[in-house]
Design a protein around this ligand. Structure first.
Ligand code: ATP
Length: 221
């Protein structure tokens, strides 16, 4: 069964979500109060309509209550983003994802009942910062305010050593949850598994521990 989504705000972020969901064959109701934006999405989304999402009656008229998941991608107008989120929560929408502009906005959105708050510019900035520290840091994903998951290439100091020799858990407090060796993924690496050049490790831990692990073992001098 096709899942139904609504995307409110068709700027670069909302527009790309709308485009990707539609490409994946999902039913998407695209909403914006700007006629030109709506026209851009007429042939992309299942339905594209002009509406002001801060007007509860308009949202009701569009049948928003029947939608499984609503994405609020109004960026600059924080007041409109908050008001829209409040209306959607009041209407009992089960899943609401909202784009936050800054940390205060994020805090408020969490308080008023958004299920997921995304902060794409900040998160992408962090990911890029990590990847430019070293070619060996491939990806970085925040799990909470102080825990993350990183994808790293085995540094020179790791190659040829076994998991027990490196003892990343005891030495750095991080857990190696998987090792990718070419096309193979070892999801529960054992103590005797040896790391080879080009191996990729998926590591979870507290930010301060991951940082030490990266400095000592991942970043080649
Ligand atoms: P992005 O950062 O994703 O590029 P943007 O800068 O293009 O976004 P914003 O002004 O942040 O644009 O808002 C995103 C979209 O939300 C715009 O297309 C705007 O017309 C729309 N929008 C703003 N307020 C409302 C509203 N009350 N109801 C419906 N759409 C709205």
């Amino acid at each position: 069964m096709k899942r139904e989504f609504a995307v409110i705000g068709l700027g670069r972020f909302g527009g790309s979500i709308c485009q990707e969901l539609s490409r994946e064959g999902m039913e998407v109701l695209a909403i914006d109060n700007d006629e030109d934006k709506v026209n851009e999405f007429k042939n992309i989304a299942s339905h594209a309509v002009i509406a002001d999402s801060t007007d509860e009656a308009s949202l009701k008229e569009l049948g928003i209550k029947n939608i499984d998941h609503v994405i609020v991608a109004i960026g600059d107008n924080i007041q409109a983003s908050i008001l829209t989120t409040v209306i959607l929560t009041d209407l009992g929408i089960k899943k609401i994802t909202v784009k936050a502009q800054n940390d205060y906005h994020e805090k408020i959105l969490n308080r008023i009942g958004a299920n997921t708050v995304v902060h794409p510019e900040r998160d992408m900035g962090k990911r890029i910062a990590h990847s430019i520290i070293s070619n060996n840091i491939l990806d970085y994903l925040e799990l909470s305010d102080d825990h993350s998951i990183v994808e790293v290439k085995a540094g020179k100091r790791m190659v040829g050593k076994s998991v027990v020799e490196l003892d990343i858990r005891a030495n750095y407090g991080c857990n190696v949850v998987a090792i990718k060796q070419g096309k193979q993924i070892n999801v529960s690496p054992g103590p005797t598994d040896v790391l080879y050049e080009g191996d990729i490790l998926i590591v979870v831990g507290a930010d301060k521990d991951i940082s030490r692990f990266e400095k000592h073992l991942v970043i080649d001098d």
